[in-house]
Every structure is written in C-alpha cells, then in structure tokens.
Ligand binder design. Structure first.
Ligand code: NAP
Length: 252
C-alpha cells in the first residue's frame, strides 16, 4: 500500500471552506490541508481568514485567504472564478459559514429572519451554483454544515432552524441532480459545539443543554472537521444525499 497516498488522500485537490476564520470552519480547513488539499479559506474579510490560511499553507503549500459575503451572489461567482484560476479546481466545497440571530418568534424581526436565511441558506446555494461546473469535471464533493436543529427545531431559533432545514433539502436535491456526474453531496448536522457561536449562551441554558446531551459534554470543532475529511476523502465515494448527525446523542 502507498502510505503517503493513504495519509494525504486529498493531495492535488483544491478545497473551498467558507467561514474558515474560526470555530468549525477553521478546524475543517486544517484537517483538509493535513489530508493534502490546497485550501481556499473564506471569511467575511480576507484579513479574518489569513491566520487559518497561513496555518493551512504550512500543512500544504498553496492555501490562500479570501473575503466575501457568502450571501452576495455576484461576488461569490467572481470569487469562485478567481479561486479556480489561481488555485485550480475546486474539487471540494465545504459550506460552513453561518450566523444566528436568536429570538422568540413573537419578537423576531424581519431583518433577523432574512439575514439568517440569506447567509446560511442562500450563501450555501450561491457557492454550490458557482462551483458546480468544476465540481462536475472532477467528480467532486460538496459538504454542507447544517445543524441538528434543522431536524428537531428549537424554540428561539425559527429563522436558524428553517435555514438549516433548507440546507438539508438543498443537499438532498443537489445530490440527486449531480449524482450522474459523480459528485457526492452530503450534510453534517452538528449539535452543541464549543465555538464563538455558542459562547453567548447563558449559564442556565448551557447547564440544561449539557444535561440533555447523553454524552454529557459539548462537541469540539475538530470532531466535525474529521467527519468532513472522511466525507471528502476516498471513504466517502459512495455516500451521497445523507445527513450525518454529530451531536453526542442530543437528538436521540
Ligand atoms: P462561528 O465561530 O460563529 O464562525 C462563523 C464563521 O462564518 C466565521 O468564519 C465567519 O467569518 C463566517 N461568516 C459569517 N457570516 C458570513 C458571511 N456573510 N460571509 C462569509 N462568511 C461569514 O461559527 P461556528 O460555531 O464555527 O459554526 C460554523 C457552522 O456550523 C455554521 O454554519 C453554524 O450554523 C454551524 N453549527 C454550529 C454549531 C455550534 O454549536 N457551534 C452547531 C450546529 C451547527 P468572520 O470571522 O469573517 O465573521
């Protein structure tokens, strides 16, 4: 067996990771670079993604940082062209950028609803749309980071849960459309992961959440990243249209 190929199965491939400046996206970028992929690290502003890109470049030369609002269709299309011409591919797309604007429905503003749908759902669609052609050429992989609340729902997160349920429907539809071209499209639905996004949860809610998780702890970003690397690698070649729930048993 060729050891280096099995340790770095993504060598020669370019991966786009959105929301790569911190949290889950940063861990995903690192894991993909470790597996040999050249990573295009995307955040809202190029300077936000530079630390991750520098770390990735140490693991696999050629990583670059980019800035874009994932909700801006034209800007995403232009960025994907730039990435393709400067870095090749892409062969792997990870839609991870996301926001929350939690509020009970009675108090949720139209802005709170629209912003979350635009970034989480339309942003995912924007990147899929802008990379479909090269992904079809390479028989590539799309991995969308959804959330377990897109399956279960959650009080105070009607906008967020709707956006993530939308991502799951988008995943399954695109999986059917692109299967004939050898593209595998899957979603990961994380539970309660220790990142900036979950820092603002108050102590009481945090305690209640931890009690509801059978494994009794929050997840770590790298536990999501390892699953992404699995789906992006050779072992993921016959998996499409699926949602992998990684939540410590929260949704059981
Ligand atoms: P995070 O720490 O808040 O990081 C969010 C990332 O998304 C940042 O890199 C941010 O870039 C980027 N981003 C936000 N809005 C953007 C926009 N309009 N355009 C481009 N980039 C944008 O979040 P996280 O906890 O790592 O979550 C990552 C993903 O996992 C999200 O989709 C989230 O919904 C999902 N998720 C998280 C959890 C959890 O418990 N943490 C659970 C389930 C699902 P900047 O740094 O430039 O702002």
């Amino acid at each position: 067996m060729n050891t280096s190929a099995s340790e770095r199965p993504l060598e020669g491939q370019t991966a786009i990771v959105t929301g790569a400046s911190r949290g889950i996206g940063q861990a995903i970028a690192r894991r993909l670079a470790q597996a040999g992929a050249k990573v295009a690290c995307v955040a809202t502003r190029v300077e936000n993604a530079q630390v991750t890109a520098a770390e990735c470049a140490k693991l696999q030369p050629g990583a670059q940082a980019f800035g874009v609002d994932v909700a801006d269709t034209e800007a995403v299309a232009a960025l994907c062209k730039t990435i393709a011409s400067e870095m090749g591919g892409p062969h792997i797309l990870v839609n991870n950028a996301g926001i929350t604007r939690d509020q009970l429905l009675m108090r949720m503003s139209e802005d709170d609803f629209d912003a979350v749908i635009r970034v989480n759902l339309k942003g995912t669609w924007n990147f899929i749309k802008a990379t479909t052609r090269p992904l079809m050429k390479s028989g590539g992989r799309i991995i969308n980071i959804a959330s377990v609340v897109g399956i279960t729902g959650n009080a105070g997160q009607a906008n967020y849960a709707a956006s993530k349920a939308g991502v799951l429907g988008l995943t399954r539809s695109v999986a059917k459309e692109l299967a004939g071209r050898g593209v595998c499209v899957n979603a990961i639905a994380p539970g309660f992961i220790d990142t900036d996004m979950t820092q603002s949860i108050d102590e009481n809610s945090r305690k209640a959440l931890l009690e509801a998780i059978p494994l009794g702890r929050m997840g770590q970003s790298d536990e999501i990243a390892q699953a992404v690397a699995f789906l992006a690698g050779p072992a993921g070649g016959y998996i499409t249209g699926q949602t992998l729930v990684i939540d410590g048993g929260l949704s059981l």
